[in-house]
Design a binder for this molecule. Structure first.
Ligand SMILES: [Zn+2]
Length: 70
C-alpha cells in the first residue's frame, strides 16, 4: 500500500486508502486535521473516526475499534 497524502492546508491533509473500508472493503477517503481523523467510504458511505497510526513511511494502520461512529 502506497497512499498519497494530499495536503489541503496547514495541519489538514487527505489520504485515499484502497480496500480499507471495514464495511465493504472499498476505498476510504481520510481527512486528517487537528480535530482528528475522519474517514468516508464513497461506495457504502460508511463514516468513521479511526485512529490512524503511521508505522513507517507509506505504511499506515487504521483502528476502527472502540470508537463511536460519527
Ligand atoms: Zn464502504
Amino acid at each position: 500500500m502506497n497512499p498519497e497524502l494530499r495536503v489541503i492546508s496547514e495541519g489538514t491533509a487527505e489520504l485515499e486508502l484502497p480496500h480499507s473500508c471495514p464495511t465493504c472493503g472499498g476505498a476510504l477517503e481520510l481527512r486528517i486535521s487537528p480535530d482528528g481523523v475522519r474517514s468516508f467510504c464513497g461506495v457504502c458511505h460508511f463514516i468513521g473516526r479511526p485512529r490512524l497510526q503511521q508505522f513507517e513511511e507509506g505504511t499506515f494502520f487504521l483502528d476502527f475499534r472502540e470508537l463511536p461512529l460519527a
